[in-house]
Every structure is written in C-alpha cells, then in structure tokens.
Design a protein around this ligand. Structure first.
Ligand code: 5GP
Ligand code: MN
Length: 316
C-alpha cells in the first residue's frame, strides 16, 4: 500500500525536502507546514522550500522556517503537496527531480501521478484533509500547531466549509480540533475574512471591469501589472478576485485573467455543471471540476477568446 511505502521512505531518509505549487494558497501552505511540523516531531531533518507566498499565512506555526532555496542540491526524499503536476513546482522542480525518491500527496483529479509514490484522493476537499489520514498512519500526534495548519488548508480550499466537496469527516475533524484548543474562528477570520488593502483595491478594479457574456452565463474580468503596481500589490493579493463573478446570479463560469512572466494566468470557477478542470487541461493546466487554472501565451484578449471558445463547447 502506498502509505506503507511512504512511511518506509520517510523512515529511511536522512534529508527530506517539502515542496508545493507556485502561487501557493492556504491549502498549499497549510499542508506543507503541517507536514513539516509532523516530520520534525518524528525527528527528521526537513527543509521546506516556498520561494514566495502571501503574508496572510505568515502567522502559521512554522512559517518562519520556510526557505527560498534549499540547503542541499540533492535530498534523499522530496515530497510535493497539493501539486497536480511537475510544471506547477515551477523553478524549484530541480529539488524534486534530483531527489533519490519522490512522493506526491494531493487531491487534484488532474494529478499526473508524477512521483515514485502517489497518494492522491480527488474526493478530498483539501490536501490538508488527506494529511489527517497520513499523519494518523505515521503515528504523528496532531498538536494544536499542526491542527492550525491543517485547518487553514481545509478552510481555504472549502471556502469556509461551503463547497460541495465538504464531507462529514471535514466537520468531525474541525470539531475535534476545536476540542484540542485550535482557534477555529480566529483562523477563519485571518485566512478568509480579513483582506489586505491592496486586495480590496484590486477587487474594486476587477468588479468595475466585470463583463457578462453568453446571456450572463460567463463572467469575465482581469487585472494588469499596472494595476498591481498602482495598489502596491504583494504576492497573493489577487486571491479571491475570480469569485466576484462566480457569485452573481445566472453565472455558470467566472474567468479571471492576470499577467505573469510566463504568460496570461487564468483562474476559472464554475457553479453547477461546467468542468473547468477540463477547460484548463486543454491549455496545459488543470485543477478541480469547479476551480482550475492555466497559463496561456499571448495577449490578454487572445487568452480571453481562447478560453471563451473552449467554454462555449460545453455551455448549456
Ligand atoms: P487558482 O485559480 O486559485 O489559481 O487555482 C484553482 C485550482 O486550480 C487550484 O487547485 C490550483 O492548484 C489549480 N491550478 C491553478 N492553475 C493551475 C495550472 O496552471 N495547472 C494545474 N495543473 N493546476 C492549476
Ligand atoms: Mn488544495
């Protein structure tokens, strides 16, 4: 069984590196930090490499241990969390590829099974929820700190327990965490409610530009690098903007575009039936049926047209 293999590899490894996807969200950061704290509890030597992340998550236990670069070029074991494919590991993929053994723990249906051992469960609403099973298997004690990181992943990836992927286990675990003293409402407030000023300013811009297409079934908006500069945006300040359009009556798909070094980054969300992961896979990206992303080379207008024509094939 995969978990037996993962346990054995962790036991054998003298050096472990933890990695997650670029533009890391709360599940990426929360899962990685929870696993870091767990491995430290098991007495392992662990590096955690995340070159850039939103300061929203800087309060999490262990966040101060996050490094921009590794202390080694080759680790015995590399573990990628919440990452559907190797491309998503971006510039730090070399730590993964150069490691002697690799593991992926993830909940994306589009996971490419790129590691030596892949523990993937697309039915889990967050990678952090899968870790509850993994940590129990590894006989790690889920402390208040580990619980805080896990709950951050669960809260962010379920939109605060409201997405359909939420299971009875999600609430059971949250309830158990409350019982051991994890401050659920404080975490909720910090990771979902409070916005940075720049994020708020970007929301105004994105809202102002929101366009409805195809009889109001598609919502489209974007921000440019110029906008980011104008509001002094930092890493992660664009988070949540795609949800503005998704939450308008009659909208099935919301598209949000922004400029990145590699091209135009698209974030897609859907409400009832349209599989946005499939739409994004067509452009080399992926994600979940109701939340996905991809990068398209070219202008913003080009990316917009490409995505809309792909969506139209499946719009009812
Ligand atoms: P977001 O729109 O918040 O950036 O991402 C939504 C979901 O799609 C997340 O689960 C994220 O990991 C996934 N995702 C976003 N961009 C990409 C991409 O370029 N490739 C893949 N495989 N998944 C992506
Ligand atoms: Mn996730």
């Amino acid at each position: 069984m995969t978990l037996d293999n993962i346990k054995e590899e962790i036991e054998k490894a003298n050096s472990i590196v933890l990695l997650t996807h670029e533009n890391p969200d709360g599940d990426a950061i929360g899962s990685t930090l929870a696993f870091y704290l767990a491995l430290k509890q098991l007495g392992k030597e662990v590096d955690i490499i995340i070159p850039k992340f939103s300061r929203t998550f800087a309060f999490l236990p262990g966040a101060e241990k996050i490094m921009k670069e590794g202390t080694k070029t080759q680790y015995d074991l590399a573990i990628a969390l919440d990452s559907a494919d190797l491309k998503r590991l971006n510039g730090w993929v070399n730590y993964f590829e150069d490691a002697k053994v690799t593991v992926s723990i993830d909940h994306h249906g589009s996971n490419q099974m790129y590691a030596d051992f892949n523990f993937v469960n697309p039915a889990a609403p967050a990678c952090a929820q899968i870790l509850v099973t993994v940590l129990e298997f590894l006989q790690v004690e889920i402390t208040k700190d580990i619980g805080t990181c896990l709950l951050t992943g669960i809260i962010t990836d379920t939109g605060g327990f409201k997405y359909p992927g939420v299971t009875a286990e999600t609430f059971e675990f949250a309830s158990w965490l409350l019982g051991i003293g994890v401050n659920v409402s404080e975490i909720y407030k910090k990771v979902l409610q409070v916005k940075t000023k720049s994020n708020f300013e970007l929301s105004k811009i994105a809202m102002d530009r929101l366009e409805f297409l195809e009889d109001g079934k598609i919502a489209y908006t974007y921000i440019t690098n110029e906008d980011l500069e104008k509001v002094n945006a930092e890493t992660g300040d664009h988070e949540g903007l795609v949800e503005i359009g998704r939450d308008v009556e009659g909208v099935e798909v919301s598209i949000f575009l922004r400029e990145e070094e590699k091209g135009i980054k698209a974030s897609l969300r859907s409400n009832d039936y349209l599989n946005v992961s499939d739409v994004c896979i067509a452009f080399g990206g992926g994600g979940h049926p109701r939340a996905a992303g991809c990068t398209i080379i070219g202008t913003m207008e080009h990316a917009k047209q490409k995505i809309i024509s792909q969506i139209k094939q499946n719009l009812k």
